[in-house]
Design a protein around this ligand. Structure first.
Ligand code: NAP
Length: 324
């Protein structure tokens, strides 16, 4: 029988059953989402918790850390960690890990799917056929990916995977980030507005958070121009959603393919009513294959930490000194 001195881990929100199962084999696992009274559960077990396992997009802040005075590590499901207060974690010496790389190809595949669906109006054509309209007339011609120039905002792991796919489609690629990268053949723009002016597809792949909030604004959309297509697989917070909706309505840009929104799962009705958009419910990494890989990496980070090793994929902002 296992002894009771196994490290105690708190699962904030169920991600996948195999994650809970794997954690339960190694740790004393507590489930906050299953607790009838969250406050009472935190008061009772909080001081014993040494590790947190958290689902994507779960807010983790100083108020929660106050309830967990012996917390060492937060292992998060997903690569984006804009809902985790990493500054506060760092101040308290708490390590935060995430699940980069294992999802990049999946998200890049979806970005290309969104792009093709938006440019060639694939979903609209499907609806047209199902409504029996094909019997009356052919589907109207669409715009094209031919001779288009794509600008990637955030040429990181996912942005690069998108870029290689765009190259295979014969689409010219340029990018903007905070600094140029030496090892890529793509043109660098030191301003987002400059990238938008030189592109007719803008693909958003930079992290969310205060530094990037609303950076795709009315001026950037105007620079993209009337043939412009916006694809967002990053975070809804990067785009001024009201400005995007206004531009789509006015036809000052052509269309948008969005996997992420400012206030998920709520999507503004006037955005959802537009015919020149393809809207997805944040499914970028949402395949069985990739979510399983993310779950394994979430648990492997906790296993490494409590084996006294360095975590596999810590975020750069917090200490990663290896478990105690
Ligand atoms: P990453 O490797 O860290 O790449 C992010 C890129 O953004 C870097 O190239 C970085 O370049 C650039 N960047 C960072 N801050 C910037 C700023 N203030 N202005 C302009 N560029 C900036 O991250 P990743 O693994 O590719 O993931 C990117 C994002 O995709 C995640 O943060 C997550 O939010 C999102 N995501 C969404 C889904 C989905 O389901 N839709 C799935 C996974 C990830 P510099 O350092 O040179 O600026």
């Amino acid at each position: 029988m296992r002894s009771d001195d196994r490290p105690e881990i708190l699962l904030i929100r169920q991600t996948r059953p195999d994650v809970a199962e794997r954690l339960g084999q190694r740790f004393r696992l507590h489930r906050l989402d299953a607790a009838p009274d969250r406050d009472a559960a935190l008061a009772e077990i909080g001081p014993r918790i040494r590790g947190l396992a958290v689902g994507a997009m779960t807010p983790i802040d100083g108020a929660l850390f106050d309830r967990l005075p012996n917390l060492e590590i937060v292992s998060s499901f997903g690569v984006g960690y804009d809902t985790i207060d990493v500054g506060e974690a760092a101040r308290r010496g708490i390590c935060v890990t995430h699940t980069p790389d294992v999802l990049s190809d999946e998200v890049a595949d979806l970005a290309l799917g969104l792009l093709l669906a938006t440019v060639r109006r694939i979903l609209q054509a499907d609806r047209y056929l199902r409504a029996g309209q094909w019997r009356q007339a052919s589907f109207p011609l669409t715009t094209s990916l031919r001779e288009r120039r794509a600008g990637i905002l955030g040429l990181g792991r996912i942005g690069r995977a998108i870029a290689t796919r765009l190259e295979a489609f014969g689409v010219h690629v340029a990018y903007h980030g905070r600094r140029p990268q030496d090892d890529v053949p793509y043109a660098y723009h030191d301003s987002l507005i400059g990238l938008a002016a030189a592109s007719d597809i803008l693909i958003v792949a930079a992290p969310g958070g205060p530094d990037t909030r609303g950076i795709v604004d009315a001026a950037v959309l105007a620079a993209l121009g009337p043939e412009g297509i916006v694809i967002n697989i990053a975070r809804g917070s990067l785009i001024d959603e009201a400005a995007l909706t206004a531009a789509l309505k006015a036809g000052t840009i052509l269309g948008a393919g969005l996997d992420v929104f400012a206030n998920e799962p709520h999507v503004p009705e006037d955005l959802a009513a537009l015919d020149n958009t393809v809207l997805l419910p944040h499914v970028g990494s949402g395949s069985h294959y990739t979510r399983a890989a993310m779950g394994r990496l979430l648990t492997d980070n906790l296993f490494a930490w409590f084996d006294g090793q360095a975590p596999l994929t810590p975020v750069p902002e917090t200490p990663a000194r290896g478990g105690r």
